[in-house]
Design a binder for this molecule. Structure first.
Ligand code: SDX
Length: 427
């Protein structure tokens, strides 16, 4: 017996099936609403809307739970690797050693960029934001890989997925090198995915780069924490772009553009800039007061979340990772102390308690990335690097979904009703 939801409208009463997932909120299947009632639902920001069915990631915002294919983010962060998590998200199961070795080998053989793409960088100003470069270069990939843009061909989808995951570190590292005027570094396939990214970013041709294993592990864990996150704004952007049949490179470029916003992936850069602006613990109350002031647009960056109304489980792992990196690199940066005290004060403030505002994934990530040596402008580029795994997995799932059709929301129209044109000489 299927549960149903009854709706009484001004013109007729209707009843729709209620669908249940394996866990989490049920959904009301309203696909026939407009045809049967001539009415739309109204849900700006989609706070109460399930846009698709997915098997990739489950979030329970009240319990602070984040699962990738059923595995808790804390266990993946502590015991897995970014490449293994990527395999899990793409294929649905954890790989055995042979499957993992084959996947890592395949990805490592797609890390080089077409040499012509290096000229794209020279068209940018040296001070171009890395996310502007990432949008441009990733979108341009579709001009170079015509052999993997037919989304109806599973082989094309697979190689395009591998190319995107493999080339993002190269593209991001080249954006950093270009900004500091150093030569681009080629990938070194004997290094790990994350070790290779560190080498391409901080290595120079003049000497051998030695990967610091603590930094490599911390950054790999940060990539795991950013890999996927259900139907967030940038993932929804990738899905919507993909629903029109756009090629995967264009879809990921659209996701990068959306992630750049300070309310989304741009928050890690904004959060560290905020912590540096606060500068000292005694200045925290001033900023907490500003965040609570309705007349002040200032918000505590790295705080709050559309879904998590309890602690973001990724922030928990991130805070622990800060301590490990600071100890390993003997970092003495007051910004971490400011972050810890800001969190403590905010979590004991009625405003934040009442509005259920907790640190999110972006609150501590910038502190670690800064300690490793990345400039704040690279923070969101690293988020995009990691989230490409989730975007690609979600894009593949959307393409394979039999219910999938072009995304085309409607609206509540409040503009002028029909009126006749008035010639210029009569206005
Ligand atoms: C990410 O969706 C995802 O999964 C995203 C992400 C992912 O992995 O993909 O998790 C990554 O984007 C994390 C979020 C990073 N953004 C920030 O840290 C920016 C600061 N946070 C906010 O802008 C805000 O919290 C959002 C955008 C994250 C969530 O906004 P919502 O759900 O639309 O909530 P809201 O803006 O309606 O806020 C509810 C109330 C408001 O007060 P009232 O109007 O009800 O009086 O809380 C207040 C807000 O003013 N509020 C804050 C606040 N965030 C919300 N007040 C002060 N500081 C904040 N950070």
């Amino acid at each position: 017996m299927t549960d149903t939801a009854k709706l009484q409208t001004p013109t007729k009463d209707v009843e729709y099936p209620v669908m249940s997932g394996t866990v989490g909120p049920q959904v009301v299947d309203i696909r026939k609403l407009y045809a049967q009632t001539g009415m739309f639902t109204y849900d700006p920001g989609f706070t109460s809307t399930a846009s698709c069915e997915s098997t990739l990631t489950y979030i329970d915002g009240d319990e602070g739970v984040l699962l990738h294919r059923g595995y808790p983010i804390g266990q993946l962060a502590e015991q897995s690797s970014f490449m293994e998590t990527a395999y899990l998200l793409l294929n649905g199961e954890l790989p055995d050693q042979g499957e993992l070795d084959k996947f890592v080998y395949t990805i490592s053989r797609h890390t080089m960029l077409h040499e012509q793409l290096a000229t794209f960088y020279r068209g940018f100003r040296r001070d171009a934001h890395p996310m502007a470069i990432m949008c441009g270069v990733v979108g341009a990939l579709s001009a170079f890989y015509h052999d993997s843009t037919d989304i109806t061909d599973p082989k094309h989808r697979l190689i395009a997925s591998h190319r995107l995951i493999a080339k993002m570190p190269t593209i991001a590292a080249m954006a950093y090198k270009y900004s500091v005027g150093q030569p681009f570094m080629y990938p070194k396939n004997e290094l790990s995915y994350t070790g290779n990214f560190l080498q391409m970013t901080f290595g120079v041709p003049a000497e051998e780069y030695v990967v610091n294993p603590v930094v490599e592990k911390a950054l790999d864990r940060i990539f795991i924490l950013h890999a996927d996150h259900e139907q967030n704004a940038s993932t929804s952007t990738v899905r919507l772009a993909g629903s029109s049949g756009a090629n995967p490179f264009a879809c990921i470029a659209a996701g990068i553009a959306c992630l750049w916003g300070p309310a989304h992936g741009g928050a890690n850069e904004a959060a560290l800039n905020m912590l540096r602006e606060i500068g000292r613990p005694d200045r925290i109350p001033e900023y907490i007061a500003r965040a609570k002031n309705k007349d002040d647009p200032f918000r505590l960056m790295g705080f709050g979340h559309r879904v998590y109304k309890n602690y973001d489980p990724r922030a928990t792992v991130m805070q622990k990772t800060v301590r490990e990196v600071f100890e390993a690199l003997n970092v003495d940066d007051p910004v971490f102390e400011v972050a810890l005290q800001l969190e403590e004060m905010a979590l004991n403030d009625d405003y934040f308690i009442e509005k259920k505002l907790f640190p999110n994934v972006d609150f501590y990530s910038g502190v670690i990335l800064s300690a490793i040596g990345f400039p704040t402008t690279m923070f969101t580029a690293l988020f995009a690097l990691a989230r490409t795994v989730g975007w690609v997995a979600q894009w593949n799932e959307m393409i394979a979904d039999p219910d999938q059709k072009i995304g085309r929301p409607r609206q509540l129209y409040t503009g002028p009703t029909q009126r006749d044109y008035v010639p210029l000489n009569q206005r």
